[in-house]
Design a protein around this ligand. Structure first.
Ligand code: AMP
Length: 201
């Protein structure tokens, strides 16, 4: 499916990234955009959590980093994404939620896509103010009991985001790919904003 007014390539495939601080609502919006555009949403955080739950080797390696609010090493993360992007369901595009998060991951993704001559169509940056995301994450912690949602770990994750991931926005901005969307407000309203912003490109 193509975005009305569209950002997709000649084959109609749509390749999107969703970047934003923890608690900006990436997961929620990714699920909705996946449905709206008919493309799989791929969340590295979800894949890591699934592996932790199932006690896989990857899960055992990732858990300590996740619980401390740190990033899982690039080598493990990149292998996981390379493998996932080799699956047939990404032929018509994909939405990556929470990857890349480091400059090294940006390079890796460029390499993965470049081999097939693919490129990204847009990078949606979901913005949200720090106090608001801390409140949201504490609420999610009470509801879902995620082990990386204690206040101390939340603050650590926000610091790590600022240090390692926020700089990626400038990199993609230079490529003319960034679409900034205010992540605050009603979930439907935010989804509408993203779809409208992509259509306007
Ligand atoms: P998320 O659900 O996207 O907030 O991810 C939860 C946790 O999984 C993060 O705090 C990291 O420990 C790990 N993680 C997810 N995606 C990545 C990534 N691209 N690079 C490194 N670690 C990641």
């Amino acid at each position: 499916m193509t975005v009305p007014g569209g950002a997709s390539d000649a084959s109609g495939a749509l390749r999107l990234l969703l970047i934003g601080p923890p608690g900006a609502g990436k997961g929620t919006q990714a699920a909705r955009l996946s449905e709206a555009y008919g493309i799989p949403a791929i969340s590295t955080g979800d894949i890591f959590r699934e592996n932790v739950k199932n006690g896989t080797e990857l899960g055992v390696q990732a858990k300590g980093y996740m619980d401390a609010g740190q990033y899982v090493p690039d080598s493990l993360t990149n292998d996981l994404v390379r493998d996932r992007l080799s699956q047939p369901d990404v032929a018509d595009g994909f939405l990556l939620d929470g990857y890349p998060r480091t400059l090294q991951q940006v390079e890796e993704l460029d390499g993965i896509l470049g081999v097939d001559g693919f490129s990204l169509d847009a990078v949606v940056v979901l913005t949200a103010d720090t106090d608001e995301v801390v409140t949201r994450l504490l609420k999610r912690s009470a509801e879902q009991g995620r082990s990386d949602d204690t206040e101390e770990v939340i603050r650590k994750r926000l610091d790590v985001y600022e240090e390692q991931t926020a700089p990626l926005v400038a990199v993609y901005d230079e490529r003319g790919l960034v679409v900034n969307v205010d992540g605050l407000g009603d979930i439907d309203v935010v989804t509408g904003r993203i779809i409208a912003a992509l259509a306007a490109r």
